[in-house]
Design a protein around this ligand. Structure first.
Ligand code: ISL
Ligand code: CA
Length: 620
């Protein structure tokens, strides 16, 4: 049934996309779902809601939401059967940003040999699978997310032989490796794009071009990295679409030959033996027909005008299924999609096992407290993280698997967002680690998490190379002073996550970036301990989840094993995790009948120190 302005709020909320969008809105205004589902509000018609909220939300927003909701006719399958066990649910993943991981030859740039050199370190940590951010040939406008040749290794990182050696050494240690698949766009230096500009008809249709004069831009979309989403090409008298940097040209997925190319390159790497892919912005590959203008108000609200025209596009499911069936499935390869903007229902619709699309996705709604954005200097609220986790733990379903992460190469370190007070950092790092390895899902460590890295005190824009930061800095300086603009960049810049890891070895040419921090060996030991605990516990990987206390500042939960009749899988223990989410001491949970697992010793059993986290195991 199609929604119209005559439909009721409860009808909107009962539809998957409607629910996600409402939930996002509710989150922003700090209300729970009962705010919309109670009979009085639930029965209000959308046109009335539009009138009532006309002061804040334009009616066009309602229409845009209705269109999005109507574009999805399917519902996520319910999960009834127990969780199916598989290697990527058992695994602990570790993301490597190669440029800043380990520099083996002293040129200041991390490289493949550097990764191989550190495999024993990663094995010791207990990591099962590595995810490599892009290592392909690239002019590095966006540090490798702008690919020039999908079958060649970036010169600074080494050679294909180095890659083969790395893969061999990874597998030799019983670990796995997944690559980054960046196929929403290519570099404008890719052969295909060069041929496209030469009006080779085959390649011209690989990209998204629109004829028109210079003063007639095809639509009002903005790029993720500030500025318009279109470049003008004098040589052809056309506009070309780029959702990201000016050198990252969007591929035309409508063209079957593009999809064949993607499938070929995925198969090429899988044939080589890689174990799967993390798929960059994979949710934006299908754009609405005719590339209609983005809604101005939504653009203001979300920060990127045009996003509703492609972030959950009309042919997304079809493209994902095709790729799975023709490349991933035959290789039994793993996939995790990067899907900025996705809510839980969208996540279920792309990852539920029965749907045959992706294995997992990264949802990002937990990275900022609602009402705040990354480019903002504020203190992140752990109470929100707790509520987010509880919602996903309880509603996502056993046919879906959640990815658990706090950091990646696109974000400042979460620990610094929680507080700038260094005194608390170590406790917070332990707290985050405890949650990451005892909650239900598959953990993704970002390089340096285990070293206790925090944000870097950049002093000027000269130290920041990231294309996104530069784009926004230019935009902000037009609106405000340089100092204020720099402050915002300092809070949100991706550069924090991209400085060379402090291996405490003097082998790089930007030592000033490393010297500021020192790897925390004690934290490494704690990560190792918690990862081992998780590895050896069926409960922690697959057990059920129950909240015991979620009052302000607290998060106490229990993990119980699934009852199994399989005598090879003897019932594991029950765990209890007691977390203090605030910088003040609190009365600890009385874990009667439990023995302490983490930390090793307590100063005072009755008192939880600021940000302390404890893990208890039931005595059997
Ligand atoms: O950084 C972000 C928020 O955390 C996003 O806006 C980010 O740009 C978006 O999630 C897409 O990220 C991915 O694709 C980009 C690349 O620059 C990022 O590094 C990559 O993770 C374009 O390929
Ligand atoms: Ca190097």
């Amino acid at each position: 049934m199609k929604l119209t302005l005559n439909s009721k709020i409860k009808e909107l909320y009962s539809r998957p996309i409607g629910r996600d969008l409402c939930d996002k809105l509710l989150m922003q205004i700090g209300k729970s779902s009962s705010f919309l589902t109670n009979p009085i509000v639930g029965n209000i018609r959308l046109k009335t809601a539009a009138k009532l909220s006309a002061k804040f939300i334009d009616v066009s927003v309602f229409q845009a939401i209705i269109n999005l909701v109507n574009s999805e006719n399917e519902y996520p399958p319910q999960s009834e059967s127990p969780i199916e066990e598989t290697w990527w649910k058992d695994a602990v993943f570790y993301q490597i940003y190669p440029r800043s991981f380990y520099d083996s030859n002293g040129d200041g740039i991390g490289d493949l040999k550097g990764i191989t050199a550190k495999l024993d370190y990663l094995k010791e940590l207990g990591v099962d699978c590595l995810w490599l951010s892009p290592v392909y040939d690239s002019p590095n406008d966006d540090n490798g997310y702008d690919i020039r040749d999908y079958r060649k290794i970036m010169t600074e990182f080494g050679t294909m032989e180095d890659f083969d050696e790395l893969l061999y050494e990874v597998h030799k240690r019983n670990m796995r490796l997944i690559m980054d698949l960046v196929v929403n766009h290519t570099s404008d230096e890719h052969e295909w794009f060069k041929k496209a500009l030469d009006i080779d008809p085959k390649y011209h249709d690989y990209y998204i071009f629109r004829k028109g004069s210079k003063d007639n831009i095809p639509n009002n979309w903005r790029s993720f990295f500030a500025g318009e989403a279109w470049n003008y090409y004098d040589e052809t008298g056309e506009w070309g679409l780029h959702l990201f940097s000016k050198k990252q040209m969007d591929l035309n997925w409508e063209n079957e030959e593009v999809r064949l190319e993607v499938r070929d390159l995925v198969n090429w790497w899988l044939d080589k033996g890689v174990d799967g892919f993390r798929m960059d912005v994979i949710n934006v590959i299908s754009k609405n027909d005719g590339l209609p203008d983005g809604n101005e108000v939504i653009g203001e609200m979300v920060g990127i005008r045009g996003i509703e025209q492609y972030f959950y596009g009309p042919r997304l499911h079809e493209y994902l299924r095709e790729l799975r069936e023709k490349a991933f499935e035959p290789h039994k390869a793993f996939s995790v999609g990067e899907t900025p903007g996705f809510g839980m229902e969208m996540a279920k619709l792309t990852t539920a096992k029965e749907r045959g699309e992706l294995d997992m996705i990264f949802s990002f709604d937990h990275l900022e407290t609602p009402g705040h954005t990354r480019m903002e200097d504020y203190e992140y609220d752990l109470n929100y993280l707790r509520d987010y986790m509880i919602k996903w733990m309880t509603e996502y379903g056993d046919n879906c698997r959640m990815s658990l992460f706090y950091n990646n190469h696109d974000n400042p370190r979460m620990v610094s967002k929680i507080t700038k007070n260094k005194e608390h950092h170590f406790a917070i790092q332990k707290l985050l680690a405890v949650m990451q390895f005892t909650l239900k899902g598959t953990p993704f460590i970002f390089q340096g998490d285990e070293m206790g890295l925090v944000n870097y005190d950049f002093e000027s824009m000269d130290q920041i190379e990231d294309v996104e930061s530069k784009g926004f800095y230019n935009e902000y300086t037009e609106k405000m002073g340089r100092a204020e603009a720099f402050n915002i960049i300092l809070a949100g810049t991706r550069e924090h996550a991209r400085i060379l890891l402090p291996w405490n070895e003097n082998t790089n040419n930007r030592p000033e970036l490393v010297r500021q921090q020192k790897a925390n060996d004690e934290l490494f030991g704690i990560y190792r301990f918690l990862i081992k605990l998780r590895r050896e516990s069926h409960t922690l990987k697959y057990g059920s989840f129950k909240v015991l206390n979620s009052k302000k500042g607290r998060f106490v939960f229990q993990r119980n094993d699934i009852v199994t009749n399989d005598c090879n899988k003897a019932n594991d223990y029950t765990y209890l995790v007691d977390c203090n989410l605030e910088p003040i001491a609190k009365k600890a949970y009385k874990a009667k009948g439990y023995e302490l697992v983490f930390p090793k010793v307590l100063k005072n059993e009755a008192v939880l120190e600021p940000f302390e986290a404890r893990v208890w195991k039931k005595i059997q």
